[in-house]
Write a protein that binds this ligand. Structure first.
Ligand code: 5GP
Ligand code: ZN
Length: 137
């Protein structure tokens, strides 16, 4: 299996998980563009929005909304950017469908189309994941 997100789902490489359900996994992005940046993925390998089943898409959408709400509450975010890329031409790097959830604050300076890929502090990322989980209902 070549896919990095399938390896995370299979537990073969570590990730800071936020939500683990039958069809969906949410985990923290290792290069956070904003505090609390996380990814929501279908457990079944699917490359993009054109391939995913309606059932998996519904499960993803529900999980995205719950995680975004929990992150907004936990981090007192003023806004939340939700982003999903399809194909290299749209800057999709990992070919396993994923929805980015990026908590936002006024004047945070984040350029959503061109954020810097910079490794985050793992202790801080784990602490944020724990806070978000406390707000998941
Ligand atoms: P995209 O394909 O939407 O352009 O971006 C892929 C995202 O996956 C990036 O934000 C990147 O930081 C994240 N990512 C890539 N590899 C890993 C990994 O091994 N673990 C985690 N947690 N995130 C990853
Ligand atoms: Zn995959």
């Amino acid at each position: 299996m070549e896919c990095i997100f399938c390896k995370i789902i299979a537990g073969e490489i570590p990730a800071v998980k936020v939500l683990d359900e039958d069809l969906v996994l949410a985990f923290m992005d290792i290069n956070p563009s904003s505090q609390g940046h996380m990814l929501v993925v279908p457990k079944k390998h699917t490359e993009n929005i054109f391939e995913i089943s309606d059932g998996d898409l519904a499960a993803i959408t529900s999980a995205v909304r719950r995680c975004a709400k929990a992150a907004k509450e936990a981090l007192k975010a003023e806004g939340v950017t939700i982003l999903q890329l399809n194909g290299r031409a749209s800057d999709q790097i990992v070919p396993h469908l994923h929805v980015h959830i990026m908590p936002r604050w006024e004047n945070d300076g984040l350029s959503v189309s061109q954020w810097e890929m910079k490794p985050g502090n793992m202790e801080e990322i784990k602490d944020i994941a724990r806070k978000v989980q406390e707000h998941l209902s």
